[in-house]
Design a protein around this ligand. Structure first.
Ligand SMILES: Cc1cc2nc3c(=O)[nH]c(=O)nc-3n(C[C@H](O)[C@H](O)[C@H](O)COP(=O)(O)OP(=O)(O)OC[C@H]3O[C@@H](n4cnc5c(N)ncnc54)[C@H](O)[C@@H]3O)c2cc1C
Length: 419
């Protein structure tokens, strides 16, 4: 056996797993086909449940570094049609992390990689899993090296943290059932001025707009260099209706600005796009997280709408649960021979969580982002204000999105692995 666990993919899921196994002393190797860490800001929201889970495993230092790097946000404002915005305060979340931490994914990955490195676990970049075959004792993997040659790696267990197009998932023949949402999603990391007379909207709250013209979300980003980018660096995600650009049309900052003004009804001034892209969203998941000695985690196992910022958080918590189960199994013997019950519990814990996240994000997307016509008007004018305005429902939604209940339920699993 070359290594106990081979982790395929060094996104947030793979890095969290690698750091956890480093922490519990399990021999682990991490490979990634990319040449280096992604700089993209993709997932922005780190929730309280994830910060508590990371704190359980690595101590308060890691979440403290994440909080210091990002921007804790304690309020969400809903702008529904032409009503006055409704404010939701997250300060009541029952956690020391009573906020959503807005932190670009690239930074989350950097800090997780540093945590893994503290346990002498480094990523082998430019190493691609090409094929795998398992037998009763382990998994034989073919890994393509930077020079194009194939290295054979034998591991007791392999974990596919290799994202939505997972090769590990293909290799074990797992299906990925689901579908795609209609509509064009546009994303821009820009410098924003709310426009004359709207400066008091400020920069310390997440804002969500839903109008006849579409939906838009605003996330404040911590400005690394105010001198060049202005005081209001932010992420805007836009789902225009009606006049949405055709799939093949190029979207530049001018087109984006016109659409963002139409959706928000505000005279926004946008400058200096650091990242401008369009994407489609899908909802898919596997039926099984375990295929013998091969496991799937994060986007390799489930993808869904970004509404509610659940994807990366779910992946990191998959990783910490699986890390604990693998640690326990390997403690029972060098090849985890008596592992069956322990390792099956990963799927027993996490498959229902993934299903719940898919259902919840699907509901938010259909109700909050994509609803159109009379149904959209009914939602904006009556149903959403009623739901958001009801303290009990508001608290429940905020608590579910924070992932605190699931994280706390799994805490004993994580702590047992550290003994
Ligand atoms: C535009 C955009 C915006 C998003 N916004 C949000 C958001 O606001 N909130 C949120 O929670 N989520 C968001 N997401 C989703 C979030 O980015 C993912 O949930 C998250 O990246 C999943 O992490 P992961 O580690 O499971 O997979 P990934 O981040 O996809 O990492 C997979 C890694 O595996 C590597 N790999 C792939 N194949 C192989 C192979 N054969 N061999 C070796 N390595 C391999 C890849 O190079 C990659 O580094 C967004 C995604 C996009 C695209």
């Amino acid at each position: 056996m070359d290594v106990a666990v081979l982790v395929v993919g060094a996104g947030p899921t793979g890095l969290a797993l690698a750091a956890m196994l480093g922490r519990t002393g399990v021999p682990v190797r991490v490979i990634d086909k990319a040449v280096g860490r992604s700089q993209q800001s993709k997932a922005l929201g780190v929730h309280a449940g994830t910060l508590e889970a990371l704190s359980d495993v690595f101590g308060v230092g890691l979440p403290a570094r994440m909080v210091a790097t990002g921007q804790p946000v304690r309020a969400v404002h809903f702008h529904l049609g032409d009503r006055q915005p409704i404010a939701v305060d997250l300060g009541g979340l029952p956690s020391p992390y009573n906020f959503v931490l807005v932190l670009p994914q690239g930074e989350t990955e950097r800090l997780l990689a540093e945590q893994a490195a503290a346990f002498n676990v480094a990523v082998d970049w430019n190493h691609e899993l090409a094929a795998l075959r398992q037998d009763g004792d382990g998994v034989q993997c073919e890994v393509r090296r930077p020079d194009g040659g194939i290295e054979l790696v034998r591991a007791a267990y392999v974990v596919g943290c290799d994202g939505a197009h997972s090769e590990v998932r293909h290799q074990v023949g797992a299906g990925f059932a689901g579908g795609s949402y209609p509509g064009t999603f546009l994303l821009a990391d820009v410098s924003l001025d709310w426009g004359p007379g709207y400066g008091d909207l400020g920069h310390d709250s997440v804002r969500f707009f839903s109008t006849e013209a579409g939906a838009m979300a605003f996330f404040p980003l911590k400005d690394p260099d105010q001198a060049t980018l202005g005081p209001t660096l932010c992420r805007l995600v836009l789902i225009p209706k009606g006049d949405a650009p055709a799939a093949e049309a190029e979207v530049d900052l001018a087109v984006f600005t016109t659409l963002a003004r139409a959706v928000s009804g505000l005279p926004l001034v946008l400058e200096e796009a650091a990242w401008l892209t369009r994407f489609t969203i899908h909802h898919r998941m596997v039926k099984r997280l375990r295929h013998g000695r091969v496991f799937l985690a994060g986007d390799a196992a489930h993808i869904h709408s970004a509404a509610g910022g659940q994807g990366m958080n779910t992946g990191i918590q998959d990783a910490l649960n699986l890390g604990a189960r693998l640690t326990e199994a390997l403690r029972r013997g060098p090849r985890g021979r008596k592992d069956e019950g322990v390792l099956d519990r990963y799927a027993q814990d996490r498959l229902p969580v993934a299903r719940g996240v898919l259902r919840g994000t699907d509901l938010i997307s259909r109700v909050g982002l994509l609803a159109d016509g009379w149904w959209g008007r009914l939602l904006r004018r009556h149903i959403l204000p009623l739901v958001i305005g009801t303290p009990f429902l508001r608290r429940r939604i905020a608590l579910t999105l924070s992932q605190l209940p699931v994280s706390r339920q799994e805490r004993p699993v994580r702590l047992a692995a550290l003994d």
